[in-house]
Design a protein around this ligand. Structure first.
Ligand SMILES: [Zn+2]
Length: 294
């Protein structure tokens, strides 16, 4: 009985509307899925209101998350990412709407971010890949600065559409978020997933977008990064070959290159990473949260 009550409690909608919309006929309805979110997960934001809504966006931790509408019923959808190191506590999402007359309205919701249990992974790698000489260290710092600057760019056009797809068929060989101990030293967390695949296996674009980077980097080897718009980037690392060029516009499922083991890698696999508005999130969570989208 207690279990049933607990299940009913957990199944209850995660959000209640704590505020009535100001100045309107309480038009704005909002849903956030999943209803409970952990560090490193992606949420699908949905909003619908009167037929006159023109634009909707969410504000979360000082960042802007646009929602878009594709149907005549004016259901607005967007994605929100919780960084893997976000503090597990209560946060607010503020939904802002503008109607056809330019009237602005807002509604605030609170979400609770739960702590994720990411676990630890121990790896042994050649010393030259871990204890870096000054020249290599300088290269690594330069490359990490370049990536950081890239992910700060916000392309205000959404090119992704519908469900994201796995870039290779291959079992998970490295989970998201694990704290890594390399040659006995604690290192940074694993900010993507590793998918095991044979050398040469084609790698597909997980959604449509624009090629933001193609280069050979020290840690990530031959790398392709796609910008899907609205702050969403996908990364494909350790490739043996890249088949696209920076600036190319590509559709979902286009071949980006082939699986390899370039950079700091222990064998052929694809490292697949996702950055959403600066948050490092689990690609498998992105698959789950967009699975129902057309
Ligand atoms: Zn990896």
């Amino acid at each position: 009985m207690i279990l049933i009550l607990l299940l009913l409690f957990l199944a209850a909608p995660f959000f209640v509307s704590p505020e009535k919309a100001v100045g309107g006929e309480t038009p704005l309805q909002v849903e956030v899925l999943p209803r409970s979110v952990k560090q490193g997960e992606v949420c699908l934001l949905k909003a619908w209101g009167p037929g006159s809504l023109k634009s909707v966006h969410g504000e979360f931790q000082g960042r802007r998350y646009p929602l878009g509408s594709e149907d005549q019923y004016q259901t607005f959808e967007g994605l929100l990412g919780v960084d893997l190191q976000a503090k597990p506590e209560k946060y607010s999402i503020r939904f802002m709407t503008t109607d056809a007359n330019g009237q602005v309205d807002s509604k605030t919701f609170s979400i609770k971010v739960e702590k994720a249990d990411f676990g630890v992974q121990k790896l042994t790698l050649p010393r030259s890949m871990v204890d870096l000489d000054p020249q290599t260290l300088e290269r690594v710092n330069r490359e990490s600065k370049r990536l950081k600057e890239l992910f700060q760019k916000f392309w205000n056009e959404r090119t992704w559409k519908g469900a994201f797809i796995r870039p290779v068929e291959g079992e998970l060989s490295g989970a998201f978020g694990t704290r890594r101990i390399i040659n006995g030293q604690p290192k940074s967390s694993h900010t993507g997933v590793d998918l095991r695949a044979e050398e040469g296996t084609p790698v597909w674009a997980s959604n449509s977008g624009r090629v933001a980077l193609v280069d050979e980097l020290f840690f990530t080897g031959k790398s392709v990064i796609l910008d899907h718009g609205w702050g969403l980037y996908s990364m494909y690392f350790h490739l043996s070959e890249a088949r696209v060029r920076e600036g190319d516009r590509i559709p979902k499922g286009a071949q980006l290159g082939r699986v390899g083991s370039t950079g700091r890698s222990t064998g052929p696999h694809l490292h697949w990473g996702i950055i959403l508005n600066g948050a490092r999130v689990d690609p498998l969570s992105l698959l789950r949260s967009t699975a129902s989208l057309q």
